[in-house]
Write a protein that binds this ligand. Structure first.
Ligand code: P6P
Length: 333
Protein backbone atom coordinates (compact mmCIF):
# COMPACT_ATOMS: atom_id res chain seq x y z
CA UNK A 1 0.00 0.00 0.00
CA UNK A 2 1.46 3.37 -1.00
CA UNK A 3 2.16 5.09 2.31
CA UNK A 4 0.75 8.48 1.23
CA UNK A 5 -2.85 7.07 1.24
CA UNK A 6 -4.77 8.15 4.32
CA UNK A 7 -6.16 5.50 6.65
CA UNK A 8 -9.87 5.76 7.53
CA UNK A 9 -9.13 7.36 10.90
CA UNK A 10 -6.71 9.85 9.28
CA UNK A 11 -9.47 10.75 6.81
CA UNK A 12 -12.01 11.26 9.62
CA UNK A 13 -9.54 13.48 11.51
CA UNK A 14 -8.48 15.47 8.42
CA UNK A 15 -9.18 19.19 7.95
CA UNK A 16 -12.02 18.35 5.50
CA UNK A 17 -13.98 16.83 8.42
CA UNK A 18 -13.08 19.35 11.11
CA UNK A 19 -16.75 20.30 11.56
CA UNK A 20 -17.95 16.68 11.96
CA UNK A 21 -18.93 15.80 15.56
CA UNK A 22 -16.41 13.53 17.31
CA UNK A 23 -19.27 11.22 18.39
CA UNK A 24 -20.15 10.67 14.71
CA UNK A 25 -16.52 10.03 13.77
CA UNK A 26 -16.27 7.47 16.60
CA UNK A 27 -19.51 5.80 15.46
CA UNK A 28 -18.31 5.52 11.85
CA UNK A 29 -14.98 4.07 12.97
CA UNK A 30 -16.92 1.46 14.96
CA UNK A 31 -19.11 0.69 11.92
CA UNK A 32 -16.01 0.24 9.75
CA UNK A 33 -14.52 -2.10 12.36
CA UNK A 34 -17.74 -4.12 12.46
CA UNK A 35 -17.60 -4.44 8.68
CA UNK A 36 -14.02 -5.74 8.90
CA UNK A 37 -15.28 -8.54 11.16
CA UNK A 38 -18.20 -9.31 8.85
CA UNK A 39 -15.78 -9.36 5.91
CA UNK A 40 -13.62 -11.92 7.71
CA UNK A 41 -16.64 -14.16 8.35
CA UNK A 42 -17.91 -13.78 4.75
CA UNK A 43 -14.50 -14.75 3.37
CA UNK A 44 -14.33 -17.80 5.65
CA UNK A 45 -17.74 -19.07 4.36
CA UNK A 46 -18.06 -22.83 4.71
CA UNK A 47 -14.87 -23.02 6.76
CA UNK A 48 -16.71 -21.21 9.57
CA UNK A 49 -19.93 -23.18 9.01
CA UNK A 50 -21.61 -19.86 8.09
CA UNK A 51 -23.16 -20.81 4.76
CA UNK A 52 -26.74 -21.86 4.16
CA UNK A 53 -30.06 -21.09 5.75
CA UNK A 54 -30.56 -20.47 9.44
CA UNK A 55 -34.00 -22.05 9.10
CA UNK A 56 -35.74 -18.87 10.30
CA UNK A 57 -37.61 -16.04 8.56
CA UNK A 58 -37.57 -12.23 9.02
CA UNK A 59 -40.28 -9.59 8.97
CA UNK A 60 -39.75 -9.26 5.24
CA UNK A 61 -40.96 -12.84 4.81
CA UNK A 62 -37.46 -13.86 3.67
CA UNK A 63 -35.56 -16.96 4.79
CA UNK A 64 -32.62 -15.83 6.91
CA UNK A 65 -29.16 -17.08 6.02
CA UNK A 66 -26.73 -17.93 8.84
CA UNK A 67 -24.55 -14.96 7.79
CA UNK A 68 -27.57 -12.60 7.94
CA UNK A 69 -28.02 -13.46 11.62
CA UNK A 70 -24.28 -13.45 12.34
CA UNK A 71 -23.87 -9.97 10.82
CA UNK A 72 -26.96 -8.61 12.56
CA UNK A 73 -25.91 -9.91 15.98
CA UNK A 74 -22.37 -8.64 15.49
CA UNK A 75 -23.59 -5.11 14.71
CA UNK A 76 -25.92 -5.13 17.75
CA UNK A 77 -23.17 -6.37 20.08
CA UNK A 78 -20.57 -3.95 18.68
CA UNK A 79 -22.74 -0.85 19.08
CA UNK A 80 -25.06 -1.48 22.04
CA UNK A 81 -22.65 -0.12 24.68
CA UNK A 82 -20.45 2.38 22.82
CA UNK A 83 -22.49 5.36 24.01
CA UNK A 84 -23.06 6.82 20.48
CA UNK A 85 -26.56 5.52 19.77
CA UNK A 86 -30.06 5.94 21.16
CA UNK A 87 -31.36 2.96 19.19
CA UNK A 88 -30.75 0.69 16.20
CA UNK A 89 -32.99 -0.74 13.46
CA UNK A 90 -32.26 -3.64 11.12
CA UNK A 91 -33.82 -5.38 8.15
CA UNK A 92 -33.50 -8.55 10.25
CA UNK A 93 -35.48 -7.29 13.27
CA UNK A 94 -39.24 -6.58 13.48
CA UNK A 95 -38.86 -3.72 15.96
CA UNK A 96 -36.16 -1.25 17.00
CA UNK A 97 -33.34 -2.10 19.43
CA UNK A 98 -33.36 0.46 22.26
CA UNK A 99 -30.10 1.29 24.01
CA UNK A 100 -30.11 1.27 27.85
CA UNK A 101 -30.65 4.84 29.09
CA UNK A 102 -27.23 5.24 30.79
CA UNK A 103 -25.50 4.12 27.57
CA UNK A 104 -27.44 6.29 25.10
CA UNK A 105 -25.86 8.63 22.52
CA UNK A 106 -27.17 11.15 19.97
CA UNK A 107 -27.52 8.95 16.86
CA UNK A 108 -29.78 6.28 15.35
CA UNK A 109 -28.11 3.52 13.31
CA UNK A 110 -30.07 1.61 10.68
CA UNK A 111 -28.66 -1.26 8.65
CA UNK A 112 -29.20 -4.09 6.25
CA UNK A 113 -26.54 -6.28 7.86
CA UNK A 114 -26.01 -8.47 4.83
CA UNK A 115 -27.54 -7.32 1.56
CA UNK A 116 -27.71 -9.82 -1.30
CA UNK A 117 -27.98 -12.90 0.91
CA UNK A 118 -29.16 -15.08 -1.98
CA UNK A 119 -25.61 -14.72 -3.31
CA UNK A 120 -23.80 -15.94 -0.16
CA UNK A 121 -23.73 -19.63 -1.05
CA UNK A 122 -22.62 -18.99 -4.64
CA UNK A 123 -19.69 -16.74 -3.71
CA UNK A 124 -21.00 -13.57 -5.36
CA UNK A 125 -20.33 -10.13 -3.83
CA UNK A 126 -22.58 -9.09 -0.92
CA UNK A 127 -22.48 -6.17 1.47
CA UNK A 128 -23.58 -4.27 4.57
CA UNK A 129 -25.60 -1.05 4.11
CA UNK A 130 -25.88 1.55 6.90
CA UNK A 131 -27.63 4.85 7.55
CA UNK A 132 -27.15 7.33 10.42
CA UNK A 133 -29.82 9.75 11.68
CA UNK A 134 -29.80 12.15 14.62
CA UNK A 135 -32.01 11.01 17.47
CA UNK A 136 -34.69 13.54 18.41
CA UNK A 137 -34.07 12.84 22.08
CA UNK A 138 -31.81 10.59 24.13
CA UNK A 139 -33.49 11.22 27.46
CA UNK A 140 -36.82 9.43 26.97
CA UNK A 141 -37.15 5.97 25.45
CA UNK A 142 -36.54 6.09 21.68
CA UNK A 143 -39.48 4.85 19.61
CA UNK A 144 -40.01 3.72 16.04
CA UNK A 145 -41.36 7.23 15.36
CA UNK A 146 -37.84 8.66 16.01
CA UNK A 147 -36.62 6.72 12.97
CA UNK A 148 -39.35 7.95 10.61
CA UNK A 149 -37.28 10.78 9.12
CA UNK A 150 -36.86 11.42 5.40
CA UNK A 151 -33.58 10.36 3.82
CA UNK A 152 -32.37 13.92 3.39
CA UNK A 153 -31.95 14.01 7.19
CA UNK A 154 -29.21 11.36 7.15
CA UNK A 155 -25.96 12.67 8.67
CA UNK A 156 -23.97 9.78 7.18
CA UNK A 157 -24.59 6.76 4.97
CA UNK A 158 -22.56 4.06 3.28
CA UNK A 159 -21.85 0.43 2.68
CA UNK A 160 -19.17 -2.22 2.86
CA UNK A 161 -18.81 -4.40 -0.23
CA UNK A 162 -17.40 -7.90 0.36
CA UNK A 163 -16.02 -8.77 -3.07
CA UNK A 164 -12.57 -9.40 -4.57
CA UNK A 165 -11.63 -6.44 -2.37
CA UNK A 166 -13.42 -5.34 0.78
CA UNK A 167 -14.37 -1.72 0.12
CA UNK A 168 -15.95 0.77 2.54
CA UNK A 169 -17.91 3.58 0.86
CA UNK A 170 -19.07 6.60 2.85
CA UNK A 171 -20.70 9.98 2.57
CA UNK A 172 -20.87 12.56 5.33
CA UNK A 173 -22.82 14.91 3.07
CA UNK A 174 -19.68 16.34 1.43
CA UNK A 175 -19.04 13.99 -1.48
CA UNK A 176 -18.43 10.24 -1.57
CA UNK A 177 -15.21 8.55 -0.52
CA UNK A 178 -14.04 4.95 -1.02
CA UNK A 179 -11.65 2.99 1.21
CA UNK A 180 -10.00 -0.32 0.30
CA UNK A 181 -9.06 -2.80 3.03
CA UNK A 182 -5.46 -4.00 2.96
CA UNK A 183 -5.88 -7.78 3.50
CA UNK A 184 -2.64 -8.02 5.50
CA UNK A 185 -3.08 -5.11 7.89
CA UNK A 186 -6.93 -5.11 7.81
CA UNK A 187 -6.62 -1.30 7.54
CA UNK A 188 -8.98 0.74 5.32
CA UNK A 189 -7.05 3.13 3.04
CA UNK A 190 -8.59 6.06 1.16
CA UNK A 191 -8.47 4.97 -2.48
CA UNK A 192 -11.01 7.27 -4.13
CA UNK A 193 -12.10 10.79 -3.10
CA UNK A 194 -15.01 12.78 -4.48
CA UNK A 195 -16.60 9.96 -6.54
CA UNK A 196 -18.57 11.25 -9.55
CA UNK A 197 -21.17 9.20 -11.48
CA UNK A 198 -20.99 9.87 -15.26
CA UNK A 199 -24.13 11.76 -16.34
CA UNK A 200 -24.70 9.42 -19.30
CA UNK A 201 -24.47 5.64 -19.58
CA UNK A 202 -24.99 2.65 -21.85
CA UNK A 203 -25.64 0.18 -19.02
CA UNK A 204 -28.83 -0.64 -17.12
CA UNK A 205 -29.51 -3.06 -14.27
CA UNK A 206 -32.91 -4.62 -13.69
CA UNK A 207 -34.27 -8.14 -13.09
CA UNK A 208 -35.60 -8.79 -16.63
CA UNK A 209 -37.63 -11.82 -15.49
CA UNK A 210 -40.17 -9.34 -14.08
CA UNK A 211 -40.66 -7.57 -17.44
CA UNK A 212 -44.29 -8.60 -17.94
CA UNK A 213 -45.19 -7.13 -14.53
CA UNK A 214 -43.71 -3.63 -14.95
CA UNK A 215 -45.60 -0.34 -15.26
CA UNK A 216 -45.63 1.28 -18.71
CA UNK A 217 -42.89 3.94 -18.12
CA UNK A 218 -40.41 1.25 -17.04
CA UNK A 219 -41.36 -1.05 -19.94
CA UNK A 220 -40.93 1.88 -22.35
CA UNK A 221 -37.50 2.82 -20.98
CA UNK A 222 -36.14 -0.75 -21.00
CA UNK A 223 -37.64 -1.56 -24.43
CA UNK A 224 -35.93 1.50 -25.90
CA UNK A 225 -32.63 0.38 -24.34
CA UNK A 226 -33.11 -3.05 -25.93
CA UNK A 227 -33.86 -1.50 -29.36
CA UNK A 228 -30.38 0.02 -29.11
CA UNK A 229 -28.91 1.90 -32.06
CA UNK A 230 -31.93 0.95 -34.24
CA UNK A 231 -34.36 2.59 -31.81
CA UNK A 232 -35.06 6.07 -30.43
CA UNK A 233 -32.02 6.04 -28.14
CA UNK A 234 -29.71 5.56 -31.17
CA UNK A 235 -27.11 3.71 -29.07
CA UNK A 236 -26.68 0.13 -27.89
CA UNK A 237 -26.99 -0.69 -24.18
CA UNK A 238 -25.45 -3.38 -21.99
CA UNK A 239 -27.29 -5.07 -19.11
CA UNK A 240 -26.14 -6.22 -15.68
CA UNK A 241 -28.04 -7.76 -12.73
CA UNK A 242 -26.00 -9.04 -9.75
CA UNK A 243 -28.97 -9.33 -7.35
CA UNK A 244 -26.88 -7.59 -4.70
CA UNK A 245 -27.91 -3.95 -4.59
CA UNK A 246 -24.56 -3.05 -2.99
CA UNK A 247 -22.61 -4.54 -5.92
CA UNK A 248 -24.87 -3.02 -8.59
CA UNK A 249 -24.76 0.43 -6.94
CA UNK A 250 -20.97 0.18 -6.53
CA UNK A 251 -20.57 -0.45 -10.25
CA UNK A 252 -22.72 2.63 -10.94
CA UNK A 253 -20.63 4.80 -8.59
CA UNK A 254 -17.51 3.63 -10.41
CA UNK A 255 -18.57 3.73 -14.09
CA UNK A 256 -22.16 5.00 -14.28
CA UNK A 257 -25.36 3.16 -15.14
CA UNK A 258 -28.95 2.84 -13.99
CA UNK A 259 -30.27 0.49 -11.28
CA UNK A 260 -34.01 -0.22 -11.18
CA UNK A 261 -36.13 -2.24 -8.80
CA UNK A 262 -39.49 -0.65 -9.69
CA UNK A 263 -43.01 -1.31 -8.48
CA UNK A 264 -44.61 -4.18 -10.33
CA UNK A 265 -48.01 -5.84 -10.40
CA UNK A 266 -46.91 -9.05 -8.67
CA UNK A 267 -47.66 -7.38 -5.29
CA UNK A 268 -49.57 -4.25 -6.39
CA UNK A 269 -50.19 -3.08 -2.80
CA UNK A 270 -46.43 -2.87 -2.13
CA UNK A 271 -44.61 0.18 -3.58
CA UNK A 272 -41.63 -2.07 -4.42
CA UNK A 273 -39.33 -4.80 -3.10
CA UNK A 274 -36.53 -2.72 -1.59
CA UNK A 275 -36.71 -1.11 1.83
CA UNK A 276 -36.66 2.66 2.14
CA UNK A 277 -34.95 3.25 5.48
CA UNK A 278 -31.88 0.99 5.26
CA UNK A 279 -31.46 0.27 1.54
CA UNK A 280 -32.91 3.02 -0.68
CA UNK A 281 -32.19 6.03 1.56
CA UNK A 282 -28.47 5.36 2.20
CA UNK A 283 -27.90 4.39 -1.44
CA UNK A 284 -29.81 7.47 -2.63
CA UNK A 285 -27.69 9.80 -0.48
CA UNK A 286 -24.51 8.25 -1.88
CA UNK A 287 -25.81 8.48 -5.47
CA UNK A 288 -26.89 12.14 -5.11
CA UNK A 289 -23.62 13.06 -3.37
CA UNK A 290 -21.84 11.55 -6.40
CA UNK A 291 -23.87 13.66 -8.84
CA UNK A 292 -26.50 11.05 -9.68
CA UNK A 293 -30.29 10.99 -9.30
CA UNK A 294 -32.51 8.63 -7.26
CA UNK A 295 -36.30 8.50 -7.63
CA UNK A 296 -39.29 6.28 -6.97
CA UNK A 297 -40.98 7.32 -10.23
CA UNK A 298 -42.95 10.15 -8.65
CA UNK A 299 -40.40 11.98 -6.48
CA UNK A 300 -36.84 12.13 -5.14
CA UNK A 301 -36.41 9.18 -2.75
CA UNK A 302 -34.65 11.36 -0.16
CA UNK A 303 -37.80 13.51 0.12
CA UNK A 304 -40.11 10.58 0.99
CA UNK A 305 -41.62 10.93 4.47
CA UNK A 306 -41.66 7.35 5.82
CA UNK A 307 -44.77 6.07 7.62
CA UNK A 308 -43.32 2.78 8.89
CA UNK A 309 -39.89 1.36 9.68
CA UNK A 310 -39.85 -1.44 7.10
CA UNK A 311 -41.56 0.59 4.38
CA UNK A 312 -40.78 -0.54 0.84
CA UNK A 313 -40.12 1.70 -2.14
CA UNK A 314 -39.73 1.62 -5.91
CA UNK A 315 -36.11 2.48 -6.78
CA UNK A 316 -34.60 3.93 -9.97
CA UNK A 317 -31.17 5.49 -9.47
CA UNK A 318 -27.88 6.27 -11.21
CA UNK A 319 -26.61 8.43 -14.07
CA UNK A 320 -28.47 11.75 -13.92
CA UNK A 321 -29.46 12.09 -17.58
CA UNK A 322 -30.86 8.54 -17.73
CA UNK A 323 -32.82 8.70 -14.46
CA UNK A 324 -34.21 12.10 -15.45
CA UNK A 325 -35.44 10.48 -18.71
CA UNK A 326 -37.11 7.70 -16.67
CA UNK A 327 -38.77 10.37 -14.52
CA UNK A 328 -39.98 12.14 -17.68
CA UNK A 329 -41.57 8.88 -18.91
CA UNK A 330 -43.36 8.51 -15.54
CA UNK A 331 -44.63 12.10 -15.75
CA UNK A 332 -45.89 11.73 -19.31
CA UNK A 333 -47.56 8.38 -18.73
P1 P6P B 1 -34.26 -10.31 -7.02
C1 P6P B 1 -31.20 -8.67 -2.27
O1 P6P B 1 -32.09 -9.62 -1.71
C2 P6P B 1 -32.02 -7.47 -2.68
O2 P6P B 1 -32.66 -6.93 -1.56
C3 P6P B 1 -31.12 -6.44 -3.36
O3 P6P B 1 -29.84 -6.43 -2.84
C4 P6P B 1 -31.15 -6.88 -4.82
O4 P6P B 1 -30.94 -5.82 -5.72
C5 P6P B 1 -32.55 -7.47 -4.97
O5 P6P B 1 -32.98 -7.86 -3.66
C6 P6P B 1 -32.54 -8.69 -5.88
O6 P6P B 1 -33.89 -9.09 -6.01
O7 P6P B 1 -35.77 -10.28 -7.06
O8 P6P B 1 -33.63 -10.00 -8.36
O9 P6P B 1 -33.68 -11.56 -6.39
Amino acid sequence: MSQQSKTFIEFLNSEKNSLIQQDLKDLLLDVANSCKKISHAVHQGALANLLGSAGTGNIQGETQQKLDIFANELLLEDHAEKGKLAAMASEEMDSIYSIKEHLRGPYLLLFDPLDGSSNIDVNVSIGTIFSVLKSSSITNDPSEADFLQSGKNQVAAGYALYGPQTIFVLTLGHGVQMFTMDPQSQEFYLTQEDVQIPKDTKEFAINMSNMRHWAKPVSRYVSECLEGSTGPRQKDFNMRWIASMVADVHRILIRGGVFMYPWDQREPDKPGKLRLMYEANPMSLLVEQAGGVSINGQQRILDIQPSKLHERVSVMLGSANEVNLIMKYHQSN
